[in-house]
Design a protein around this ligand. Structure first.
Ligand code: AMP
Length: 281
């Protein structure tokens, strides 16, 4: 596996790949890789000739400085994991390489409407500005044919699709299913910061969301039920449960083609998010 830390190096490698007529699949990550990330790499390997994974802990999408500082960084392990997965190239730039002259010069302003203001947008002000900034910068550097994102970050996937539509990027965005621990907890780099007990308790978030698949009252009542279930658990500090239309991310209704139950909660100082599709089921 080739490792590039500069844009110039990456350009050279990818020019050669494109000159050979090969398609490029791209998997952007923040590292501390787990099986969820590897499932994205596997999808990319299936659908493209040459797979690039980026590892960059993007400071501009963290609205909480201590979350940024405490974010797990495991560069050497990650490189081995990617090598074993068959990834072709790792792009691991520094902050200066990503944002020469400062990140302000790379801000982009697009109107994402409610997609960026509900749920994560409401609870993490500025988060999606940072996501759009870094993903756009990575897309301009990498110019992939396909880019792979996890449904685990359901709202992020919606935001990225809308960004690509607005900015007219020509790549295809491919959403990949959430990979879970045996206890149902969605895999996340942040899980590494949970104790054994916290890891077990965290599984309640997914199990409550999954229970909604068996319920048949109104979406409002389902939301209320899920909130009740999670609020009584003292270790879990619930931020929200929302049952939304999968396209607009507004409250789901009878006409919603896809319906997704989304939740965010704090546990042992770690912020966890998850979502489960209720319709189609
Ligand atoms: P991150 O490193 O957390 O920024 O995630 C990088 C990519 O991996 C994003 O597209 C995430 O949605 C995706 N991802 C993270 N966790 C999972 C998971 N458990 N299953 C599938 N994809 C995931």
């Amino acid at each position: 596996m080739k490792v590039c830390t500069t844009v110039t190096d990456l350009d050279g490698e990818l020019s050669a790949v494109r000159n050979d007529g090969k398609s490029v699949g791209f998997v952007p990550t923040m590292g501390a890789l787990h099986k969820g990330h590897i499932s994205l790499i596997n999808s990319a390997l299936e659908q493209s000739d040459f797979v690039v994974c980026s590892i960059f802990v993007n400071p501009t999408q963290f609205n909480d400085a201590s979350d940024f500082e405490q974010y797990p960084r495991l560069a050497e392990e990650d490189e081995k994991v990617l090598e074993n997965a068959g990834c072709n190239l790792l792009f691991a730039p520094s902050i200066d390489e990503m944002y020469p002259g400062g990140s302000d010069d790379f801000k982009i302003s697009i109107d994402l409407g409610a997609l960026a203001t509900v749920m994560e947008g409401e609870h993490r002000p500025g988060h999606f500005d940072g996501v759009v900034q870094v993903v756009n910068r990575l897309f301009e550097i990498t110019r992939p044919d396909y880019a792979f994102f996890g449904e685990k970050d359901f709202q992020q996937l919606a935001v990225v699709r809308e960004m690509v539509r607005i900015l007219g990027h020509s790549m295809e965005i491919i959403g990949c299913p959430t990979v879970r621990e045996p206890n149902g907890l969605a895999m996340s780099s942040r899980n590494k910061r949970l104790s054994k007990a916290g890891f077990n308790t965290a599984a309640n978030i997914s199990s409550v969301l999954m229970s909604l698949q068996q319920r048949s009252e109104s979406y409002e009542d389902m939301e209320g039920w899920a909130i009740e279930q999670l609020k009584v658990m003292p270790e879990i500090d619930l931020e929200y449960v929302k049952i939304v239309d999968g396209r607009t991310l507004m409250e789901a209704n009878a006409n919603s083609e896809t319906v997704v139950a989304c939740a965010a909660a704090w546990l042992e100082g770690v912020r966890l998010i998850d979502n489960v599709t209720l319709r189609p089921n």
